[in-house]
Design a protein around this ligand. Structure first.
Ligand code: NCD
Ligand code: ZN
Length: 352
């Protein structure tokens, strides 16, 4: 049992920083732990062009530090052009484009209604080595159950995408289902995907059994224990293109604990300890082989897919329990309740 090990400072490869008083909470949390992050563009209005990226970066700049790399994404719409892609590819901070099927999640109403019509844009991205970050869900409705949205997307959209634009680099964001895990697990080198802490820690029983837990409600929704097991198989087998991306998505307490609550878990406050807790419960993080896998999953595999340098700076992960705060205060008076609020995590990060 090794109770202390180091990892490179990770990248959070999927994070929501918002554009209001939640930004002042979320960005410093990410910056404190990470070498960089891939920042989601689902603001209101969305980040659609490089001009929007530059404006957002300047609003973020008070919270950023010199050594930190904020990597940005454009929000694809039905109106995105090949010229938008050329400009994005030339921008030093833009790594890819985020695909939100219209209506699939928070602030996605301006998203894509017809992926096939976007083929020239997708081909332009592939030519330039840009990553398509996919929120892989179809809409729920008659014939499509909310728990099946991801599997249906794999069958109807991802299969088409990989056949039609085979050179396109695709990151399947926040994988949740066995169908997705199996697709990514056997796909070629252009396809990978991220896994959140909540989808490694929980299944839908945790969300619904014994009372609804609004702070475990996120999209894609937690699935069955067999789906969670399929994600763990990829992680345990050290799949080279499966990596950490928190999907940390802060909403105020009032918008989570209400009759129609928002989707999203806030995990950026300490992503490394949350993933450490997940690895410890599932695999036992005291074993040095598990620590080596953890290091690659959290800090190396995703960076390599994106072509980012693995950080030379390190964090030390120690088997020291910590209690997660019950909430974080926002400047406007609201609060954000983090994932695992009030619970004890078995591992912590120390700076040394
Ligand atoms: C995200 C949000 O709140 O922006 N919510 C979530 O449940 N993950 C949007 C998203 O990534 O789907
Ligand atoms: Zn997200």
């Amino acid at each position: 049992m090794t109770t202390r090990f180091t990892i490179p400072r990770p990248y959070d490869l999927h994070v929501h920083w918002r554009d209001d008083d939640r930004t002042a909470l979320a960005v410093p949390h990410t910056v404190a732990q990470c070498a960089g992050a891939v920042v989601m563009p689902n603001l209101v209005p969305p980040v659609r062009t490089v001009a929007d990226v530059d404006a957002y970066l300047s609003r973020l700049s008070p919270y950023l530090t010199e050594g930190f790399a904020p990597m940005m994404t454009l929000y694809l719409t039905d109106d995105t052009t090949v010229e938008d892609i050329a400009a994005a590819a030339a921008h030093p901070r833009v790594v890819g484009c985020k695909l939100y099927p219209a209506g699939a999640t928070t602030n996605s109403h301006a998203g894509v209604t017809d992926l096939q019509a976007l083929r020239p844009v997708l081909e332009a991205m592939a030519e330039r080595g840009m990553v398509l970050l996919a929120h892989g869900e179809v809409l729920a409705g008659p014939g499509v159950d909310i728990f099946e949205k991801e599997a249906r997307w794999v069958e109807t959209q991802l299969t088409w995408l990989t056949q039609t634009v085979p050179e396109l680099k695709i990151s399947c964001e926040h994988m949740t289902s066995a169908v997705m895990a199996e697709f990514v697990g056997s796909a070629g080198p252009n396809v990978g995907g991220s896994v959140t802490p909540q989808h490694l820690l929980y299944d839908r029983n945790d969300l619904l059994e014994g009372g609804i837990k609004p702070h475990l409600y996120c999209l894609p929704i937690l699935k069955k224990h067999t789906d969670r097991a399929a994600l763990w198989r990829l992680v345990k087998d050290q799949h080279p293109r499966v990596w950490a991306g928190t999907d940390s998505a802060p909403h105020t307490r009032g918008r989570k604990e209400c009759a129609c609550g928002c989707a999203g878990c806030y995990s950026a406050y300490d992503m490394v300890s949350l993933y450490a807790e997940a690895f410890d419960r599932e695999l036992g993080l005291g074993a040095s082989a598990v620590q080596a896998n953890f290091r690659e999953f959290v800090a190396v595999r995703g960076a390599e897919f994106y072509g980012m340098e693995v950080s030379a700076e390190t964090l030390t992960v120690v088997a020291e329990p910590q209690v997660v705060p019950s909430h974080y205060d926002l400047a406007g008076g609201d609060t954000v309740v983090p994932l695992c609020a009030g619970e004890t995590l078995g591992w912590s990060v120390v700076s040394e």
